[in-house]
Design a protein around this ligand. Structure first.
Ligand code: CLF
Ligand code: SF4
Length: 503
């Protein structure tokens, strides 16, 4: 059996110095990590791409204030460092946040992580943030705690973070050059003064780098988020990747800028564009030479609840939470059982043998032809399997298959094609948009697909495929690739237009 690499790679880089290594040998992307690091990331949906198919996170919006201004942020929207623009439904006190976390953890058994990520900067609201963490450490000891910050006050708060047993910290680092920073941050608030332009950016960068080093020195896993802003920092982020890797960051998450006029941000109003899918992937691939990349980020809201890519916040508004009766100890026992069953499933998936790549290689030898990669879209509602109807998908995961491996490269959001009832509303327009969003993909794998979309997808050069329902995603993508190779891969249409990433 030929070994296959699946999904993104991770590194062993805690406490300074990290070495990129592949994950060949099995589809366990964490297998090369030391045990204590594996334990930390194994069920964290952001730090492990594979885990995000199985486990959920939630955010509590307890941190309203911010100490810097980013050109991509408007205060009435969520912090764009960790969320797509959209108002936070409810700002919570720490007591309310704790109640909500316990209610969610009792009702969503997949939940493993509580993050504080806004709507402002958590460390600019230290009392509210640390009060929430303090209470949760005591009342919900099985939940991992996670925080995301712009890093301005990080060095002064590292000791406090350590006290709360916080293993995962995200710092948003968009630049390591103050001249670039001056084009992203108009001002920072520092020592009771507003400091503008390059001078402010320089302080911010120094604080971020110092905080990063302090965290990695203490064995805390640090993820670095960077917003890719074409024409501003896109050429600079490779350098950022190198610098943060050298300081021991665990993962780099390059996210697309989302800037729309209606968000009222500086960039939105000024018409600053976000990157195309291809531009984002190209930059992520370049950075991956130096660093392990996160590609499954959903830029979630500061009050998001559920699996990445879904938002169950409406089920847990405070008026509903207040009347929920929660026996947390009982819920914890049930969750432990549920997690054991998830792990049994994960183990079963890992143990599946895969002969596909052997067969691809023999076809290649036989045909003596270089094989090009193929992008495929997948509809899934979780569990690492193909289990969603085409018409029910609100996002598609995109995988790249080559003769050697299958790797996850990102997700694309779409409008729901089928919203129930006898008709599918404005289905034609919606389908047009979906097809446009899937451009570049040559197949779409789902549990089922209706006759109408089937025809139009085929016409657009995207082969619908419902034959691999309930199969593991990577195995199914590999199998479809083998079929395409066997049938003779057509030359790629070079005319694929770029598609803009939108919220
Ligand atoms: Fe939240 Fe962030 Fe922790 Fe995850 S999100 S604080 S590390 S628990 Fe995750 Fe959401 Fe992307 Fe953030 S998908 S926006 S990376
Ligand atoms: Fe907005 Fe977050 Fe930037 Fe603060 S750090 S300005 S909340 S995006």
């Amino acid at each position: 059996m030929m070994e296959m690499n699946v999904t993104e790679q991770t590194t062993e880089n805690v406490g300074g110095g990290c070495s990129s290594s592949g994950c060949g040998g099995s589809n366990d992307q964490l297998s090369h990590l030391p045990e204590h690091i594996r334990e930390k990331v194994h069920d964290h949906p952001c730090y492990s791409e594979e885990a995000h198919h199985h486990y959920a996170r939630m955010h509590v919006a307890v941190a309203p204030a911010c100490n810097i201004q980013c050109h991509y942020c408007n205060r009435k929207y969520d912090c764009a460092n960790e969320s797509r623009p959209g108002v936070v439904s409810e700002l919570l006190t720490p007591d309310q946040a704790v109640k909500k976390v316990m209610a969610v953890a009792a009702n969503i058994p997949q939940m493993t992580v509580l993050g504080i990520a806004g709507p402002g900067d958590p460390l600019a609201n230290p009392e509210r943030t640390f009060d929430t963490f303090r209470q949760l450490t005591d009342k919900a000891p099985d939940i991992k705690l996670c925080v995301s910050t712009n890093g301005l006050t990080l060095p002064e708060q590292v000791e406090e973070l350590c006290k709360h047993n916080i293993d995962h910290v995200t710092i948003t680092i968009n630049c390591v050059d103050p001249d670039v920073g001056a084009r992203i941050y108009p001002w920072i608030f520092w020592n009771n003064c507003r400091i503008k332009g390059r001078k402010g950016a320089k302080i911010l960068i120094e604080q971020q780098q110092k905080g990063l080093q302090m965290l990695t020195d203490r064995g805390i896993l640090v993820k670095v988020n960077s917003v890719m802003i074409p024409g501003v920092n896109d050429q600079h982020l490779e350098e950022v990747s190198k610098v943060v890797k050298a300081k021991g960051a665990f993962l780099h998450n390059v996210m697309p800028l989302i800037a729309e006029t209606e968000h009222g941000t500086f960039y939105g109003v000024m018409g600053q564009r976000g990157p195309e899918y291809e531009e984002l992937q190209e930059l992520q691939d370049k950075c991956a030479g130096d660093m392990n990349m996160m590609r499954h980020c959903r830029q979630c809201r500061a009050d998001a609840v559920g699996m990445l890519g879904e938002d169950r916040g409406d089920e847990f508004t405070m008026d509903k939470v207040e009347v929920m009766e929660v026996d947390y100890e009982e819920a914890m026992r049930k969750r432990a059982d549920y997690h054991a069953s998830i792990e049994a499933n994960r183990d079963a998936q890992k143990n599946q043998t895969n002969e596909t790549f052997v067969s691809i290689s023999s076809i290649k030898l036989h045909k003596k032809k270089e094989l090009r990669p193929v992008l495929m879209a997948v509809a899934t509602s979780g569990g690492s399997v193909i289990n969603q109807h085409f018409g029910h998908a609100q996002e598609f995961l995109v995988y790249e298959a080559t003769e050697m491996d299958v790797r996850f490269i990102g997700h694309r959001k779409v409008d729901l094609y089928c919203s129930g009832g006898d008709t599918c509303g404005d289905a034609e327009t919606t389908l047009d948009k979906i097809i446009k969003t899937l451009k570049g993909c040559e197949a779409v794998l789902c549990s089922k697909v209706g006759y109408e979309p089937w025809e139009l997808l085929e016409e657009a050069g995207i082969q619908p495929n419902g034959e691999h329902a309930m199969e593991a995603i990577e195995d199914a993508v590999a199998a479809v690739y083998a079929e395409m190779v066997e049938a003779g891969l057509p030359d790629k249409d070079k005319s694929d237009a770029s598609i803009k990433i939108t919220a």
